[in-house]
Write a protein that binds this ligand. Sequence first.
Ligand code: FAD
Ligand code: NA7
Length: 443
Amino acid sequence: MTRVAIIGAGPCGLSQLRAFRSAADKGMEIPEIVCFERQSDWGGLWNYTWRTGTDEHGEPAHSSMYRYLWSNGPKECLEFGDYSFEEHFGKPIPSFPPREPLRDYIVGRADKSNIRDWVRFNHAVRDVQFNNETGQFTLRATNLVDNEDTDELFDYVVVATGHFSVPNIPQIEGIDTFPGRVIHGHDFRDAVEFAGQQVLVVGASYSAEDIALQSLKYGAKTVTCTYRTGAMGFKWPEGIEELPLVDRFEGNTAYFSNGDTREIDSVILCTGYLHHFPFLPENLRLATHNRLYPGTLYKGVVWIDNPKVIYLGMQDQYYTFSMFDAQAWYAREIILGHIKLPSASEMTVDAKSWQDREEALEDPIQDIDFQTDYCKDLCRELDYDLDWDITAENFKHWEHHKEENIVTYRDKAHRSPVTGTTAPLHHADWWSEMDDTAKSFLG
Ligand code: FAD
Ligand code: NA7
């Protein structure tokens, strides 16, 4: 029997498990599935942990999420095509849930899918090798509870280990003698720690934007964001400013490339993450920066040099859970033999054409159209239904709301691409709402 290894039971791994369950429910014969998950539960990044550095087994603490994290995109833009928020919560809920109810939604579908037996929790994958003669992979995993290694053979390997967990940490002159706290966003857990402080946030993308807002909301005195390529350019609330890159620190003083200086108490590096796959040999290992169409992956998922290796969710993400579903359904169809792959050279040409288009994109609206087209392209051959046009419209409204006012975009309502319902409004605006518990949010 064909054996499929899925590495990771975060949202991507769960999409893959669900895709196979859905095929089985339709009477299709499916392969043997084994999902290896290093954590003791599924949910990936959405499993908040107070730990930083290493976990209870000495493994890297996976989650980069923090207390008071609210969805940074409308939930209607990530809704599963086959499981609506309304179905999960039994009623319509506002568009920007905090972390806890969002996790509940993700794992809620998994809980109802009868897939838990396919997952080996507390299992870290250490090594994957492909044998050209047998056409199979030998996968080594450590059972972290028993501290035992086992080798097993698989016909396909699905890599669903995420790419927002291993921090990218740049060097800044003088930072080694900076007297305050220096952390990466991966280790940011609670904005309250920075109350009363003058905070420097390095970076100009989603983490920088949200951590700057969080810090101010929970009491930071000032937040200075510093950018390498371009400023985020939002109309920030009083207390947040943007300056070009820090050249150096001298004591508490940050010297910026435009000649400005600021006294800083703490530095938060929101400088992104590395695609990091220490368990894969170089010839199977994806090397890319965070972009909409990572190289050497046909349809954004198939490792062209060895199409028995599938990567999920390796893109820079406007879309998340619904795109992961589309990818997982597509991967399933390849593994089941329902989709025949073209030759390696044809796959390379196809991937290159997407990358050429990506490189010509000029603004977030074009990015959204690009990723929408990508999802639609995957779904052309799939039994996965979602109205991607409604989702794209929601994303564009969201972008405009952010441009209008970065503090209030979460106070808006969007329309579900699954049920057509427009979300109700939350009982408080996001800026004044300090309580992020599911109980308070769901009422
Ligand atoms: P992950 O969620 O990272 O899951 C990967 C899983 O693989 C983990 O469970 C991990 O333990 C496991 N794993 C890793 N290595 C191994 C190994 N060697 N062996 C076994 N298991 C392994 N998306 C949104 O839609 N909305 C948001 O508001 C949002 N906010 C975000 C905020 C932050 C701070 C970050 C970092 C990301 C955010 N995201 C958000 C994007 C996020 O990438 C996705 O929501 C989603 O978690 C990605 O799923 P994944 O399965 O690819 O990866
Ligand atoms: P991103 O989106 O990959 O952004 C990384 C940011 O870090 C980006 O602005 C980079 O600047 C900046 N960066 C990277 N290296 C440096 C150095 N050396 N100096 C200054 N700035 C640097 O990661 P995020 O963490 O923001 O977002 C990841 C996910 O978390 C996302 O899905 C969110 O939903 C939450 P650049 O613009 O390239 O010059």
